[in-house]
Design a protein around this ligand. Structure first.
Ligand code: NDP
Length: 279
């Protein structure tokens, strides 16, 4: 049986094993997928150990996406642009690195949630690994405007400078949260981890244009404070990041197995399970 895993630290909370188990049930692929915790200073050794045990590939989560990028022998274009890797494939030639976070977000927004990005004013909150992973696919979706805002405005500007060439026709800029005063957006994407600290990005009034969509990369309870604050500030539609999680997993599964699972059915099942657990 082919073996895959998600490698992170901590990783016990990860929904990836459950998502891939549902993909396996659906597609009948002969594989198993587990969670493996690597020591914070031992990512490369953990990957090599898993490979030595016959592993065929791995997803990579916090805090190892940059280590995975450094470890890979070959990078996909989107992993190169992101400077971060969440999908490793072990081949005879070595370790191939890819990044499926961006395509996962776009598929969730555009296909699952019918939230188009072309011609829209998009605000991306955060400049960490997740923001980096989704930025180029967001720009490729041809928004009219894309602004990166981060607590550390210098970090937002660095990210902007690194990827400015991908801006195309979009009005593309970066800064701190206070720099957003006077701007309005159709789509606001929270890619910060502020909710983990029970904090909210301090957005000036008027950031949500009439009919705006608010999206949080976090899911479940952790996303609710940002989504509630967005609604109160004028967002008309809101969604958490569970769909992105399922879609990025589906893309990894397709890379490894050459089979695309029905992600919509798995997302619905996962939502039922989360709602059941919350009761
Ligand atoms: P990083 O640690 O790389 O970056 C954290 C970001 O959050 C930085 O921009 C940081 O700002 C900002 N931040 C942290 N605390 C606060 C705060 N109190 N107020 C405002 N901003 C804050 O994390 P990642 O980018 O890897 O992950 C971000 C989130 O995205 C995580 O919660 C993760 O779970 C989620 N995620 C979801 C995925 C999905 O499939 N749904 C996929 C990938 C990630 P600064 O630079 O100033 O420190």
């Amino acid at each position: 049986m082919d073996r895959y895993a998600v490698i992170g630290n901590p990783v016990e909370h990860s929904k990836s094993p459950r998502i891939h188990a549902l993909f396996v049930r659906q597609t009948g692929q002969d594989m198993r997928y587990d969670a493996r915790c690597a020591p914070r200073d031992g990512f490369a050794a953990a990957v090599q150990a898993f490979r030595g045990e016959g592993g065929r590939g791995a997803n990579v989560t916090v805090p190892f996406k940059l280590d995975a990028c450094a470890l890979a022998d070959a990078l996909s274009t989107r992993a190169q642009a992101a400077g971060a890797v969440n999908t490793l494939t072990f081949t005879d030639e070595g370790i191939a690195g890819d990044n499926t976070d961006g395509v996962g977000l776009l598929r969730d927004l555009i296909v699952n949630l019918a939230c188009p990005l072309a011609g829209q004013r998009v605000l991306l909150l955060g400049a960490g690994g997740a923001a980096r992973g989704v930025l180029v696919p967001l720009l490729d979706a041809r928004p009219a405007k894309l602004v990166i805002a981060n607590r550390s405005s210098a970090r937002a500007r660095e990210l902007h400078a690194a990827l400015a060439a991908h801006g195309g026709q979009a009005a593309f800029r970066a800064g701190g949260f206070a720099d957003l005063a006077g701007d309005a957006f159709d789509v606001v994407i929270n890619a910060t981890s502020a909710s983990l600290e029970h904090a909210l990005p301090p957005l000036p009034q008027g950031v949500f244009a009439p009919g705006a969509f608010a999206y949080d990369l976090m899911y479940g309870e952790a996303a609710q404070a940002f989504l509630a604050a967005s609604r109160a500030a004028g967002a008309a539609r809101c969604a958490d990041g569970l769909g992105m999680l399922v879609e990025q997993a589906a893309e990894s599964f397709a890379i490894w197995r050459g089979v695309r699972p029905d992600s919509g059915a798995v997302l619905a099942e996962l939502r039922r399970e989360l709602a059941g657990a919350a009761r």
